[in-house]
Design a protein. Structure first.
Length: 109
């Protein structure tokens, strides 16, 4: 793989990871300050709910990825399809990694 693609995959992974970690921690802080919810429970609950949004934000919107896959199918470019699928897997991996980190650190079932 060219280094540009690896750079994009790493960036996508880290963006999704950051959305989960930051969104869950700050969201649980807000829940604690406003309504007195227990923050450790809120962190894991928010991390689970934010997974799909982390994937979408890391991809820069899903329509561009789906459009690139469509163009790859219609024009017979398997490399473009592979690239978009790798980006989706990278974004999901970052989101899930963040969820697992929070769940293991703050305790969860």
């Amino acid at each position: 793989m060219p280094s540009g693609i690896l750079n994009t995959l790493a960036t996508t992974f880290c963006i999704a990871l950051g959305v989960i970690l930051g969104g869950s921690l700050l969201g649980s802080l807000a829940g604690f300050l406003v309504s007195g919810q227990p923050p450790f429970y809120s962190i894991i609950e928010l991390a689970e709910k934010l997974k799909i949004w982390a994937l979408v934000s890391a991809m820069g919107g899903t329509f561009t990825a789906l459009r690139a896959i469509e163009i790859g199918f219609l024009s017979g470019q398997p490399a473009e399809i592979s690239k978009q699928l790798a980006l989706i897997i990278s974004a999901f991996g970052g989101a899930h990694c963040g969820y697992i980190l929070l769940k293991s650190y703050f305790g969860g079932n």
